[in-house]
Design a protein around this ligand. Structure first.
Ligand SMILES: Nc1ncnc2c1ncn2[C@@H]1O[C@H](COP(=O)(O)OP(=O)(O)OP(=O)(O)O)[C@@H](O)[C@H]1O
Ligand SMILES: [Mg+2]
Length: 312
């Protein structure tokens, strides 16, 4: 199967990036379908940016193959440039250019000219609420305003595929929600999106995600499916001495993780234990517990189970 004759926008096999002896991306296979928001979820340094840069053709893989929109990367990176948008983690704006100058500069880079250039600049300024800010220097804008300008410049040439590297890390929760609504507007308009994040709530909004750790994919799929197929059940415990209970449970066979959330201890129990509530109630350390109940898993549980982070 090739990306050219299917609805696959990204296809990567055995992708590796080595920096000296360090494998920042370590054997990544990816298939991303058209029309969806696909998220890379993972902690700092797990290789999200490195993987994304290889997909955009900006970084040459040490090993493996990448096809994006039917083009072979990095060989066809120049042709790909006009079909993708890339919002970098640092937003890559020119601080000493105004909003309008930044947009005009990017329009030139993307080869937009004449009436279309003017029309697109006005459209994105309008859509991303930049018209009133058009003479403001980018370096003098707030985090949220810079984010809107960065998105506006990334979509100026109406790319089929948009790469967003931690686009919301500098903005408040309300701007984040608003930003995600705009992403779904882009999807409705036919754009496909690849986004990196370390926010669980953002990952849950993606159609599909890949959970990355140490340059490797630990799990992938729709968040709902990942939660349903997770290899652990979730039980919450209320009562005194939760720190003590946690310490004991972390040394117990069959416990994947235990983390305190306010007045509750959230415990992940291996699915091999048929009745996790009964199992925990029978443990001597939970004698004083006032409540032990099974709850629904969330994406953070999936993340903890997939990466083995729960014992820290
Ligand atoms: N040019 C480089 N030279 C050497 N090491 C690098 C280089 N770029 C990245 N790395 C290393 O590769 C690893 C992955 O980095 P990367 O930036 O891809 O992670 P990330 O998942 O995007 O992290 P973050 O969430 O902090 O943005 C890190 O350990 C980083 O230090
Ligand atoms: Mg990064």
């Amino acid at each position: 199967m090739t990306a050219a004759d299917t609805d696959i926008v990204v296809h990567a096999e055995g992708l590796v990036k080595k920096f000296k002896d360090f494998r920042a991306v370590d054997g990544l296979d990816l298939t991303i379908e058209r029309g969806m928001i696909y998220g890379f979820l993972g902690p700092n340094g797990c290789g999200k940016t490195t993987a994304m840069r290889m997909l955009t053709g900006l970084l040459t893989p040490t090993e493996g193959s990448v096809e994006v929109l039917g083009l072979s990367v990095p060989k066809d990176a120049e042709a790909l440039k006009y079909k993708i948008g890339y919002m970098t983690q640092a937003f890559s704006l020119y601080g000493d250019l105004t909003v309008l100058e930044n947009l005009r500069f990017m329009a030139t880079i993307y080869g937009l000219s004449g009436a279309r250039r003017k029309q697109r600049i006005n459209e994105v300024m309008d859509r991303y609420e930049l018209s009133d800010l058009q003479n403001r220097f980018a370096g003098r804008m707030s985090g949220g305003q810079r984010q809107r300008l960065a998105l506006a410049t990334a979509v100026l040439h109406e790319p089929q595929l948009l790469f967003l590297d931690e686009p919301t890390s500098a903005v408040d929760p309300e701007s984040r929600r608003h930003f995600w609504e705009q992403l779904f507007d882009l999807i409705e308009g036919g754009t496909s999106i690849v986004v990196t994040t370390h926010f669980m709530d953002e990952a849950e909004r993606c159609h599909k995600i890949a959970i990355l750790e140490a340059g490797q994919k630990r799990a992938d799929g729709a968040p709902k499916d990942l939660m349903a197929e997770m290899g652990a059940n979730v039980v919450e415990i209320e009562g005194p001495n939760l720190r003590d209970i946690r310490r004991h449970l972390l040394d117990t066979e069959g416990i994947v993780a235990a983390a305190q959330l306010g007045a509750r201890l959230r415990v992940l129990v291996e699915t091999g234990i048929a009745d996790p509530e009964a199992f925990l109630k029978a443990r001597p350390e939970t004698d004083g517990a006032t409540l032990i109940e099974r709850v629904r898993p969330n994406l953070e549980d999936v993340f903890v189970t997939a990466t083995g982070e729960g014992r820290q």
